[in-house]
Design a protein around this ligand. Structure first.
Ligand SMILES: [Zn+2]
Ligand SMILES: [Zn+2]
Ligand SMILES: [Zn+2]
Length: 329
């Protein structure tokens, strides 16, 4: 994320709704990637900002949509007659705004394509009986199918998420991590499946047509340990070539967001171009080691509990090439 400022010059942050210096009400304009004065007649607050206080983005005054670029992608919101769900919805939308801002940064396509081959990206935030005994669904699997990302609302409950993370023996589990992973499936369909990158994809990740359900059943029956020098970013990446891709895709987005923030704050002095992979990966390794050490100083676990092996870096480089073709950045 770049540095953001109020009109008065005060530094403000992506999630802010008010300047603590001049008390001005603020909104984030995703197109300009800037904080704007909410009283500026060129903008309207997103309806979820105005009516529900779960968003801080604005819409152009001439936009026919009441919801912002991020909120309008949500097809199913949690049932708000359950009191805890308002806060959980807010957590999910906050993660989604950061996700979408990354897509806008790279000019990644999320609207339906004019030829009708790809649907617009959409989100369903669904509950199962694990979090709400009143719903019919026994179990909702966080996942992706034909343009729709489904997130189990319990992922926005910190107690349940930590329980699941511990049970699954995972080092990292966040709503944003889920969304970045699932978006990888959408962009595989959109950018790789039938395009010129397909053969390079198969050489790096394997055959995407391998029986998916069987591969996942095999994985969960006996998850293979992650070897230290393997070409996989995580244990789960070993489940199927498409899961390997989605895991790497999520890391590409994590790393670029974090590097932009580090560059903006001058935590690390960057050279002008980030297109040389060894350069940006080296920068990230240096930064993430520092980040982890700072976390340890505060009694927290690693912020980035992953190792970028040569095999993983090659996969990240491939993703960078795919994205570079779309993006002027
Ligand atoms: Zn201000
Ligand atoms: Zn919104
Ligand atoms: Zn997946």
């Amino acid at each position: 994320m770049k540095n953001l400022y109020c009109l008065c010059g005060q530094a403000v942050f992506f999630e802010n709704t008010r300047c603590l210096n001049c008390q001005r009400a603020l909104g984030y304009d995703p197109q300009r990637r800037a904080m704007v004065d909410l009283d500026n007649p060129r903008y309207r607050a997103c309806a979820n900002y105005r009516d529900a206080a779960i968003c801080n983005w604005v819409v152009s005054a001439d936009d026919a949509e009441a919801l912002c670029r991020s909120c309008r992608l949500t097809r199913t919101t949690p049932n708000l007659s359950v009191p805890a769900n308002k806060g959980r919805w807010a957590i999910l939308e906050a993660a989604k705004r950061r996700l979408i801002s990354g897509f806008l940064y790279f000019d990644l396509p999320i609207d339906a394509d004019p030829a009708g081959q790809h649907p617009a990206l959409a989100f369903d935030f669904l509950e199962d009986r694990g979090s709400n005994p009143l719903v019919a669904e026994e179990y909702i699997r966080t996942g992706y199918a034909t343009g729709r990302i489904t997130i189990n609302v319990s992922e926005a409950n910190p107690v349940q998420r930590e329980y699941t993370r511990s049970l699954m023996n995972e080092d990292y589990r966040t709503p944003l991590g889920h969304m970045r992973h699932e978006s990888g499936h959408y962009f595989y369909d959109r950018l790789i499946q039938q395009g010129p990158w397909r053969s390079s994809f198969e050489a790096l990740f394997g055959d995407p047509c391998l029986d998916y359900e069987q591969a996942l059943a095999n994985y969960y029956a006996d998850p293979p340990l992650l070897e230290a020098s393997s070409g996989y970013i995580s244990q789960y990446a070993q489940a199927h070539p498409l899961e390997d891709w989605a895991e790497c895709w999520a890391h590409f987005l994590h790393i670029n967001d974090a590097l932009e923030s580090a560059r903006a704050s001058q935590t690390i002095v960057f050279q002008e171009t980030l297109t040389e992979i060894p350069h940006w990966v080296d920068q990230w390794v240096q930064l993430s080691v520092t980040l982890n050490e700072l976390n340890h100083c505060m009694g927290h676990a690693d912020a980035y509990p992953f190792v970028l092996t040569t095999g993983v870096i090659t996969k990240l480089e491939f993703i960078r090439q795919v994205v570079d073709q779309l993006s002027p950045n």
